[in-house]
Design a protein around this ligand. Sequence first.
Ligand SMILES: Nc1ncnc2c1ncn2[C@@H]1O[C@H](COP(=O)(O)OP(=O)(O)O)[C@@H](O)[C@H]1O
Ligand SMILES: [Mg+2]
Length: 243
Amino acid sequence: MSNILEVKNLTKLFGGLPAVNNVSFEVAENEILGLIGPNGAGKTTLFNLISGYHTITKGDIFFKGNKISGMLPDKICKLGIARTFQVVKPFGEMTAVENVMVGAFCRYKNPQIAREKAMEAINYVGLGHYTDMVAKSLTIAERKRLEMARALATEPKVLLLDEVMAGLRPSELEEALDLIRKVRDSGVTIIVVEHIMRAIMQISERILVLDHGVLIASGTPVEVANNPVVIESYLGKETSFYA
Ligand SMILES: Nc1ncnc2c1ncn2[C@@H]1O[C@H](COP(=O)(O)OP(=O)(O)O)[C@@H](O)[C@H]1O
Ligand SMILES: [Mg+2]
């Protein structure tokens, strides 16, 4: 299997302090890669670097072997990397479908076609009944789905999911896991950031662990769960780990 994404010696400094510190890893095509670590570990910053929302201090990112570091977000989106935002901020007064059209415009300039593509994405994530509702009237779980639909409407090859399962009830969580698997099975490579250990252990084929911006471990879910360094820095504090 070839690598669709390669991150090499990536560093991001904020005010001289490293939020991401010399991180290197590869993502295989069609893999579901989990990314965990305590609050402030640098997970969201890593997504912001890959998707071009933050400038890189040092290091490089390659997508399908081509260097993408330094490119602007819309260019990276067009190449096929989409991300969701941890803090979901839909345009509240706009309808669900209009919010998703914002994603579809990455690929389709014609509003009519963008609307059709947005409808497809909305149906795909199971929000078909909410198409014409204003986004602010949706529940948290529905907004997370809307955020997934917006990202999917850009027709990504790589999808970065930033805590899309946070705040979901157990039944909603199972549905979210099924949706992520469905997206992967359609040919999308996924990196998923999540604090709910049960979910991340279930869905990931491989897991990376960040702590203070440093990649401290990687491996299968079982390897990571039994890694003393990981238990010490992170899992030991996680009451939900075996829940
Ligand atoms: N835009 C920013 N400006 C300054 N510091 C930031 C910014 N974004 C993140 N940070 C800092 O970078 C570190 C990593 O944050 P973040 O990537 O959000 O962690 P995580 O997503 O793992 O909780 C934190 O110390 C945070 O305060
Ligand atoms: Mg975060």
